[in-house]
Ligand binder design. Structure first.
Ligand code: PMP
Length: 455
């Protein structure tokens, strides 16, 4: 609870922060949680309280908060070469090694990598690559971008336009030419009597109808998260990617997998597209790429797009795009270590090993009459609160049920995230079985307490 003294951490955070993505009435009442450090999956606040972070920070701290190998890799690179750019044909050796590695671990035979500082910028960059290609290939009208309702692709003007969330209207977004098609959440959007397979086919038909209505020649690309993350952890409906990819192929529209959350192990394989058995034309990566130890995003182009973009750039002798910190040597050194840690030091295995226990824990909590659905893949999952399970009726918004559950969890030393009417869990890959028990025990107690108050 907040300390109201004028010089308290809470008062100072309030006085000087423009809080982003924060429920303001709640933070004013409770005070910001100001953190000092972390160990394993736990973080500690300025009052010395410990929290089990069931969200891996913001989905990204998959190796926990004090992984010695990652800290060592960062320190060693700071000692060796603490910063450089990737402009004018210069770049660090770490940058070259990471690009090689990313293509090696990608689902592509060949490819090229472009670095950014964030997932938003990586999506922006991908859109600019598609626009650059359209202009270079004599199709300047090929600019429209299709994404899905409830998707999350970032916060810059372009990536927010891609994001299918209503709050973007507060910014007058989306920009023209950003189109949103249906969300593949069968439990919520499937119609009465419609099978999951029929629901998927309906979405594929809707996508094709949208392409035809907009004009196939005007569409530059389609972006999708393999599992929608900030939409509330929504795995695709059965056969979704197998149904939509042929539609996109028919019109020559690239499929871009936004793997910012799913990439590097979250769904049980290196990439979410592997979990759902499709090969996209390019991959957007961020977050786990450095296990959250450095801000970094990457666009990984598959062979065909890579060749086309390279040819387009050769024709004008330059691809005029880049960020000062693109391919930062410390970020690249950390990413090389993070990939090694996740893929070769048992973390990816741990995701696989823990998934059945994680799913069983979610399923157990979903027996509560006020949980409508549990869903998840690998170590990302969600429980959706409902007022009435049979009719799937949500609680009235002004009850802020998911915020209350998350706040109650925080009071009991567990960090989890409210998203819409869902509670999202996305534990770090280093979590132990005992820590997972602690997570479900605390969440279960919070659910009981809040549902007793509101139901
Ligand atoms: N894409 C997806 C799928 C994401 O989940 C996020 C961030 N949650 C982003 C893009 C944006 O990444 P960033 O916050 O690093 O800009």
């Amino acid at each position: 609870m907040r300390d109201d003294a004028p010089n308290s951490w809470e008062s100072r955070a309030d006085a000087f922060s423009l809080y982003g993505f924060t429920d303001l009435p709640s933070v004013h009442r409770r005070g910001a949680v100001v953190l000092t450090h972390g160990t394993g999956p736990y973080v500690y606040d300025v009052h010395g309280r410990a929290y089990l972070d069931a969200n891996s920070g913001l989905w990204n701290m998959v190796a926990g908060f004090d992984h010695p190998g990652l800290i060592e890799a960062a320190k060693a690179q700071y000692d060796r070469f603490p910063g450089y750019h990737a402009f004018f044909g210069r770049m660090s050796d770490q940058t070259v090694m990471l690009s090689e590695k990313l293509v090696e671990v990608s689902p592509f035979d060949r490819g090229r990598v472009f670095y950014t500082n964030s997932g938003s910028e990586a999506n922006d960059t991908m859109v600019k690559i598609l626009w650059f290609l359209g202009a270079a290939e004599g199709h300047p009208e090929r600019r429209k971008i299709i994404t899905r309702v409830n998707s999350y692709h970032g916060v810059t003007a372009v990536s927010a336009s891609m994001t299918g969330k209503p709050y973007n209207s507060l910014f007058g977004l989306p920009l023209p030419g950003f189109i949103h098609v249906g969300c593949p959440h069968y439990w919520r959007f499937g119609q009465e009597g419609e099978s999951e397979a029929a629901f998927t086919q309906r979405l594929a038909r809707e996508l094709e109808a949208t392409i035809i209505k907009e004009g196939p020649e005007t569409i530059a690309g389609f972006f999708a998260e393999p599992v929608m993350g900030a939409g509330g952890v929504i795995p695709p409906s059965e056969g979704y990617f197998q149904a939509i990819q042929p539609v996109l192929k028919r019109y020559g529209i690239p499929l871009i997998a936004d793997e910012v959350i799913c990439g590097f192990g979250r769904t049980g394989n290196t990439w979410g597209c592997q979990t759902y058995d499709f090969v996209p034309d390019a991959i957007i990566s961020s977050k786990n790429i450095t296990a959250g130890f450095f801000p970094m995003g990457a666009v990984i182009l598959g062979a065909e797009l890579s060749d086309r973009v390279q040819a387009a750039a050769e024709a004008v002798e330059e691809f005029p795009h880049g960020f000062t910190a693109s391919g930062h040597p410390v970020g690249c050194a950390i990413a090389l270590k993070a990939i090694d840690v996740v893929m070769n030091e048992g973390l990816a295995e741990n995701v696989k090993r823990l998934t059945p226990k994680f799913e069983a824990g979610l399923a157990h909590l979903a027996e509560h009459p006020n949980i409508g659905e549990w869903r998840g893949k690998g170590l990302m999952g969600a429980l959706e609160a409902v007022k009435d399970k049979a009719t799937k009726t949500p609680f009235p918004g002004d009850l802020s049920v998911s915020e209350r559950i998350a706040n109650t969890c925080t009071d009991h030393g567990l960090i989890c995230r409210p998203l819409g009417q869902s509670i999202v869990l996305c534990p770090p890959f280093i979590m132990t079985e005992a820590q997972m028990d602690e997570m479900f025990d605390k969440l279960g107690a919070a659910l009981k307490q809040v549902f007793a108050e509101v139901a």
